[in-house]
Design a protein around this ligand. Structure first.
Ligand SMILES: *[C@@H]1O[C@H](CO)[C@@H](O)[C@H](O)[C@H]1NC(C)=O
Ligand SMILES: *[C@@H]1O[C@H](CO)[C@@H](O)[C@H](O)[C@H]1NC(C)=O
Length: 326
């Protein structure tokens, strides 16, 4: 072998050796990252209450909203009713929000509405109005704690302006949650006395229930979230569409629905969608709703993926949830 050939062989050998070692170190790298991921996934996070069966209880928001835009003529009054079956709403904080479609800033000269809320038996008198402490109409009517077993009745009265268009929703928040605390800090200091309420004889518009989880909830991969809600409806047969969606764009979810506890992966599921998807939707069969007590449903959510949280040293997914009736 001459010197040139020797050099070529040498170079070839070096190249092969370095390539092999590169491949080897890449494999090592992947292996240690996998081990790292496994370790982090199984690390418990200490900031969320865990139910007895190792599930994280996630509070849900019951929402009663209009499904169409409502139009009022000058000085016209309309009432709305949300069906609150059983006592599932007692003690919750309530936020009734009105969206004025042509007057988002609630400029008095452009036409606003007066809103007040009573229970459907008018037991506790007026529970809130949308007037702030200076007497101006706002978008919100807030109740610190729903006091009644009766339905919620929302009364909306147009001012001396025609063609007011709006939609509205009443949201019920569990005490101890961030939205309930937000209601508490935004309560006006007094409720105006509305003894001169006109009696209302025209029919009420029934609001449609949905369920939401907001703001987004963090869940470690392989952790399970348990959502619980009561569905109230005056339709005796409904189908419920249940949707879990990623709010971080990097995580995926599976869900399992039950009518009874314990509810878990493979335990008591009436329906499930086991594929891990960024938006996971499933619809129940038609279900019988007892108007008096409603229908209790449980949803177990499992996640995979999500951004790496260096502070918590774990992969954490973030989801939102909604359930609607069909
Ligand atoms: C609601 O009613 C059930 C049974 O009727 C009772 O066990 C529960 O304590 C009540 N909850 C509230 C918040 O009143
Ligand atoms: C009431 O709900 C609306 C709509 O979700 C929200 O924008 C607003 O901040 C809430 N207000 C309070 C005081 O909680």
């Amino acid at each position: 072998m001459n010197k040139l050939a020797m050099l070529v062989v040498c170079c070839l050998f070096l190249q092969l050796a370095s390539g092999a070692s590169l491949a080897f170190s890449r494999r090592e790298d992947t292996r240690s990252r996998w081990a790292d991921l496994q370790r982090k996934l199984h690390q418990p996070r200490g900031d969320t209450p865990i139910t007895q069966s190792g599930q994280i209880a996630v509070p849900t928001i019951a929402r009663y909203g209009t499904t169409e835009t409502v139009t009022l003529s000058q000085d016209e009054t309309q009432r709305f009713v949300g069906e609150l079956c059983s006592n599932s709403s007692m003690g919750k904080a309530v936020n009734v929000t009105v969206h004025l479609h042509n007057n988002a800033g609630w400029e008095p000269v452009q036409g606003v509405v007066d809103v007040y809320v009573v229970d459907s038996n008018c037991q506790g008198g007026v529970l809130c109005t949308n007037k702030d402490d200076d007497g101006y109409a706002t978008a919100y009517c807030l109740i610190e704690s729903w006091p009644s077993l009766s339905n919620i009745m929302i009364v909306v009265k147009a001012g001396p302006v025609s063609g007011i268009k709006f939609s509205l929703a009443a949201e019920f928040y569990e005490q101890g949650t961030q939205p309930a605390a937000h209601v508490k800090t935004h309560m006006p200091s007094h409720i105006p006395n509305l003894l001169a309420m006109a009696p209302l004889d025209q029919p009420a518009i029934t609001l449609t229930q949905s369920v939401e989880v907001f703001p987004s909830v963090s869940l470690g991969s392989l952790e399970r979230a348990l959502l619980e809600f009561t569905w109230c409806s005056d339709n005796s047969m409904i189908m419920i569409q249940s949707t879990v969606m990623s709010s971080d764009g990097e995580s995926t979810y599976a869900q399992y629905i039950c009518e009874t506890l314990p509810c878990d992966v493979g335990t008591n599921n009436i329906i499930e969608q086991t594929e891990y998807l960024p938006t996971n939707t499933v619809q129940t069969d038609p279900m019988n709703i007892d108007n008096a007590v409603g229908k209790k449903l449980y949803v177990v959510v499992t996640s995979w993926g999500g951004p790496y949280d260096s502070a918590g040293n774990a992969y954490v997914s973030n989801f939102l949830y909604s359930a609607n009736q069909h």
